[in-house]
Design a protein around this ligand. Structure first.
Ligand SMILES: *[C@@H]1O[C@H](CO)[C@@H](O)[C@H](O)[C@H]1NC(C)=O
Ligand SMILES: *[C@@H]1O[C@H](CO)[C@@H](O)[C@H](O)[C@H]1NC(C)=O
Length: 381
């Protein structure tokens, strides 16, 4: 009885665990960074054990019925003691149901919840001016909480002289070919933050694209630009600033070397290409032919000359056999002659021992000349 009620209790507990987390609805919009936090603390509350110690939790997120997430959505969690994030910048209006499985890393309990992503179309036209910054003293998780993004955005808005800067995308530098730093305090992976605005870039951002600055970056120097930007927790790598101007290359006075317009595109002359093919042709055609010929010669030598040797040996053996046969033949002939010359008596077994009509006995000894022909039944005589 007791065990059954315990079983019922655990079953209802499980039902609660599964049901207590209903479907959640979230509303990302196209072209803007969306971040959904999977709060480790909330799930740890559900897995609390008797001693009251929290358990580490990890998550798995996938599109319902599929093994993975939609392309635009990414997942990250620093460790089972940290909260996880689902983040990304959707590109088309859509509806995704994401299934999140939460694992208790100590007891292997799991619980599931569904998050419905209702992606809304962009309310504004996409911002024509986009700038991407590399913040090299942050990990991607540190940039995802709204406070961090706010702290980064506000001074930049002041510099940009706009109030409508939007964060478009956040990408870990590891996704862009960055390297995992040594596990030392202060060394971070780095994170790319892309912001967009309808207002043109501030002057000092154009400076990052100047050839002098690029040259300094190549030489390994770390130029510090935009001194107007107040000192903050974010260390911007001015060598890795990318500016995207959707309205076409703007004729800015600070860009000392704008791209030159050479008129029509001239394809490279054809003669140059043709002459270059000869060594390639020789290499690809003649070399295999040469090798094939060599192999052919080698094979013919093996097939003809070596086989001739075999035939020779065959002929030799047949000759020997012939001689052998002939000698056997002549020997038998000789033996036969010798046998016919000798007066061989008829075998004793064919000889009549007595005449049936007259009853006269004939001694076989009469015919025998040598002792070897003495019959075994001699004593009967
Ligand atoms: C955001 O960044 C990721 C990773 O670099 C990239 O795959 C994705 O296309 C970006 N999305 C937008 C809208 O720029
Ligand atoms: C940042 O820029 C420097 C110099 O332009 C380059 O060597 C480096 O690879 C860039 N870093 C990343 C993470 O792209």
């Amino acid at each position: 009885m007791a065990s059954r009620s315990v079983a019922r209790l655990t079953a209802s507990l499980w039902l609660c665990l599964l049901g207590c987390f209903g479907d959640q609805n979230v509303y990302p919009s196209v072209g803007t960074l969306f971040v959904h936090k999977l709060d480790a603390e909330i799930y740890q509350q559900h897995f609390l054990n008797k001693s009251g110690h929290p358990h580490p939790v990890s998550f798995r997120a996938n599109l319902v019925g599929f093994p993975d997430l939609p392309r635009w959505l990414r997942y990250t969690q620093r460790s089972p003691w940290h909260s996880a994030y689902l983040y990304g910048s959707p590109t088309i209006p859509d509806k995704h149901v994401i299934e999140v499985t939460v694992y208790n890393r100590n007891t292997y309990e799991i619980l599931r919840e569904k998050i419905v992503f209702n992606i809304l179309s962009a309310t504004d036209v996409p911002p024509p001016y986009e700038a991407e910054f590399l913040i090299d003293n942050m990990d991607v998780e540190e940039m995802l909480p709204p406070e961090a993004r706010h702290n980064f955005q506000v001074p930049l808005e002041d510099l940009w002289n706009t109030k409508r800067l939007s964060v478009i995308n956040v990408t870990s530098a590891l996704d862009r070919g960055g390297r995992v730093p040594l596990p030392l305090p202060g060394l971070k992976e780095g994170v790319f933050v892309k912001v967009g605005s309808v207002v043109p870039f501030p002057e000092c951002l154009y400076e990052t694209q100047k050839p002098q600055i690029r040259q300094q970056c190549k030489e390994g120097k770390r130029p510090v630009l935009c001194p107007e930007l107040p000192a903050s927790d974010f260390s911007i790598d001015w060598c890795n600033v990318t500016l995207i101007d959707e309205l076409g290359p703007s004729p800015t006075p600070l860009m000392s070397e704008p791209l030159k317009w050479d008129g029509e595109f001239n394809p490279p002359s054809e003669e140059l290409g043709e002459t270059n093919f000869l060594p390639d042709y020789l290499l690809t055609m003649l070399l295999p032919i040469l090798i094939a010929l060599l192999l052919c010669v080698l094979l013919s030598y093996i097939m003809c000359c070596r086989r001739e040797g075999v035939q020779k040996r065959d002929a030799e053996t047949s000759e020997i056999q012939l001689v052998h046969q002939q000698s056997i033949f002549s020997n038998t002939e000789e033996l036969r002659n010798m046998a016919s010359n000798r007066d061989v008596p008829r075998p004793l077994s064919t000889l009549p021992m007595f005449n049936v009509r007259t009853g006269q006995r004939t001694s076989p000894m009469e015919f025998s000349g040598d002792g070897a022909r003495v019959p075994l039944i001699l004593s009967q005589q």
